[in-house]
Design a protein around this ligand. Structure first.
Ligand code: GTP
Ligand code: MG
Length: 360
């Protein structure tokens, strides 16, 4: 795929007030999660104008933050002229409803934000169908409704379907639309299966990893190609396969696919399952890790968990610590290599390791 032509600017012109409850879980420090949420917002065209992080032992079952805090959020949002409230924690339908009664602004959670970024970046027909399906399923199970709620959200995050489609479907309409999407997806997938074949005897290596780790950059480096790379989450949604020459008559097909993220929304995972299940055909996984991100251990674990959810944990796997051009100390793991897609360092070694790992 060539560089993307510029899409019409559909970004929100308002800023977001970020809200989080920090239960001080030592296994989940909040700072990296907040930074990630703000990067997702940016990829959705939303600027963060403020943060409220509330420390409490447990989230409030009725309003997540407590009624008093919710009022405080409203006031701060007004003084900062925020146009929406972005909530880091999972929101139950009841908590959402109660919060909506107190805060007169659209309330967007992390899953809606991720779905929005996906909706913006989907290019293939299958990708678009998958995203819309995930969005509708999420709305359905979280009672993010049409009517009043939707008009408040009008034009903003969570109401945008892939392409120019607006998710203006009422609750009854949602089920009907889901059935149509499922049928269309079946059709698209059937066509794809018949189109494949040919070079399938060549070994297949799949680049997997956290979003923004540099998978596409690495594929471009390996295949001397120019697929779309960006410093933002979920730049790639559609799997791209390239044949890479490994010497006299030997090629390996290398596939770059959608990135993973902590707590990948389950509706998204199931919508993208067909895309991801193609990973099952791979002879080798190359787990690309952004070693320059201090948060890499958490990201690595998130990827391993997602691979396990896809029943891929027992696949042969190499770890490529990428972005080694911008770090001092190179991490080490079993079967790991240090590379830089940017400078080309370690790429020859990576190719050798791939060559030794795949069966010819
Ligand atoms: N310093 C440095 N930056 C890199 C390197 N590889 C990639 N990047 C940068 O990291 C960012 C993400 O790169 P991508 O190749 O789009 O990452 P990806 O894993 O495909 O990301 P998604 O498709 O969004 O999941 C871009 O800004 C790249 O320029 C590297 O080796 N060194
Ligand atoms: Mg990519």
């Amino acid at each position: 795929m060539a560089h993307r032509t510029s899409a019409p600017d559909r970004s929100l012109k308002t800023g977001a007030l970020v809200v989080a409850v920090d239960t001080a879980d030592p296994a989940r420090p909040i700072e990296p999660e907040l930074a990630e949420l703000e990067a997702l917002a940016e990829a959705s065209g939303v600027k963060t104008v403020g943060r409220i992080v509330q420390k409490r032992a447990r989230v409030d079952p009725a309003t997540l933050v407590g009624t008093g805090k919710a009022q405080e959020i409203t006031e701060l949002a007004q003084s900062l002229r925020a146009g929406l409230v972005l909530v880091l924690n999972d929101l139950r339908p009841r908590q959402r409803k109660n919060l909506e009664n107190i805060i007169p602004l659209p309330i967007v959670d992390r899953t809606m934000l991720i779905l929005d970024v996906f909706a913006r970046h989907a290019r293939s027909r299958e990708g678009k169908l998958q995203v819309e399906l995930a969005q509708l399923r999420y709305r359905q199970s979280n009672l993010i409704g049409a009517g009043a709620d939707l008009s408040r959200l009008g034009g903003g995050i969570g109401t945008r379907g892939p392409g120019e489609t607006k998710l203006e479907v009422d609750r009854r309409g949602i089920q009907a639309r889901i059935s149509i999407l499922n049928k269309q997806l079946e059709e698209v997938r059937r066509q794809r299966t018949t189109r494949r074949g040919g070079d399938r005897r060549e070994p297949l290596a799949a680049l997997v990893g956290y979003t923004n780790a540099g998978k596409t950059s690495l594929l471009n480096r390996l295949a001397r190609s120019k697929a779309f790379v960006a410093d933002q989450p979920f730049a790639t949604l559609d799997p791209t396969v390239r044949r890479v020459w490994f010497g006299e008559g030997r090629y390996v097909r290398i596939v770059d696919t959608v990135g993973f993220i902590t707590d990948l929304p389950k509706d998204l995972l199931s919508a993208f399952r067909a895309t991801l299940e193609e990973l099952a055909e791979a002879d080798l996984l190359v787990h690309v890790v952004d070693a320059s991100n201090p948060d890499w251990p958490r990201q690595m674990t998130a990827v391993e968990n997602t691979l396990a959810a896809l029943h891929l944990e027992s696949k042969r796997c190499l770890v490529a610590f990428n972005k080694c051009d911008s770090i001092e100390e190179i991490p080490h793991r079993e079967q790991s290599l240090a590379v830089s897609a940017r400078t080309g360092a370690g790429i020859a070694e990576l190719k050798t390791a791939i060559e030794m790992s795949v069966a010819w």
